[in-house]
Design a binder for this molecule. Structure first.
Ligand code: MN
Length: 320
């Protein structure tokens, strides 16, 4: 790990032009890490852009991404591009046109998913890290980046707080607490970030939450719970914000696996898996061509919602 950190630090130093990307449907770790690394490199006078679209940035407007931090097509005319993918277990998962990745001078992959396929020229994958934000922090320390910069600190804190569920998940290590303490000492307002991430819902998204909760179902043995959202509920509520709904299933007392289903199209269902203590939901997700972490994983199933629910719940029974 240290070796790769050193190798990556050298490549950051020796190159000038960078695109930083996260994963599709980005979460706080993805957006926070991408913006943090973009800002770190910018401060080192690099020519760098975050590959994030308006839709991805909408929930993170408080991170105040500037136009000149964000990728646009003109940037593709830049020569000798180094592409850095964050928080993406596979190249498919990276939110970047494969062509851009393939034509890059050099590719780097920084991730914390145990099932990462090491798809880049240089790979630093550490599944002991709670968030990619933690890896970016290590890298920042290694290259003596300015962590007192408020916009870098905010982005790192968003990454780490998001992936630890505001310090509630099993991955909340003492390292995580030390990093956040340091960021706080540097002036990062953790209360404000928590408020933005977990206390700023739209009215419509809560209507959708109400509809989703009315579908909550528990298996006979009480170990698996699930809920879903379909297209009619999304139009009724006027929101498609489903972030965090899976936690309601996972957080029921006695439940080991919580599952959330979202009808994307008539024959496409997105599934999120969470577990509490022992069920390796990345293996369950892999049965449906998905992946992730032992306690948090996902899959995209090309089946109608009802059939996806039936098949997934049946398969989940083996893990509890
Ligand atoms: Mn992550």
């Amino acid at each position: 790990m240290k070796d790769n950190l050193k190798k990556i630090a050298e490549k950051l130093h020796d190159n000038q032009n960078f695109i930083i990307t996260g994963h599709i449907d980005p979460d706080g770790d993805s957006v926070g890490s991408v913006l943090a690394l973009t800002r770190i490199l910018k401060k080192q006078n690099k020519n760098v852009r975050a590959y994030l679209d308006d839709r991805s940035l909408a929930s993170f407007s408080f991170l105040k991404a500037e136009k000149d931090e964000i990728f646009d097509d003109d940037f593709l005319n830049t020569n000798n591009l180094v592409v850095i993918a964050l928080d993406s277990g596979t190249l498919d998962r990276a939110a970047l046109k494969e062509q851009i990745f393939k034509t890059a001078k050099l590719t780097i992959n920084l991730d914390h998913h145990a099932d990462n396929t090491h798809f880049a020229d240089i790979n630093l994958v550490n599944s002991d890290k709670a968030a990619v934000g933690e890896i970016i922090y290590d890298l920042a320390k290694f290259i003596n980046a300015d962590l007192k910069d408020e916009k870098i600190g905010d982005a790192l804190a968003v990454a780490i707080i998001s992936d630890t569920g505001a310090l509630r998940y099993e991955n909340t290590s003492s390292d995580v607490l030390r990093i956040l303490a340091e960021l706080m000492d540097n002036g990062v307002d953790i209360y404000r970030i928590n408020k933005e991430l977990f206390g700023s819902y739209s009215y419509e998204s809560l209507l959708l939450k109400g509809l989703a909760l009315s579908t909550l179902t528990l298996t006979k043995n009480g170990k698996i719970a699930w809920l879903y959202v379909d297209q009619s509920m999304i139009s009724e509520a006027g929101s498609d914000y489903t972030e965090g709904l899976v936690n309601y299933a996972r957080d029921i007392k006695g439940v080991e696996i919580g599952i959330f289903f979202s009808e994307e199209k008539p024959k496409s269902t997105r599934v999120s898996f969470r577990s509490n203590y022992y069920a390796e939901v990345n293996k369950l997700a892999a049965e449906f061509n998905g992946g992730g972490h032992a306690r948090a994983a996902g899959a995209e199933i090309n089946r109608p919602l009802e059939i996806a629910i039936y098949e997934v719940i049946k398969a989940a029974g083996k893990y509890v």
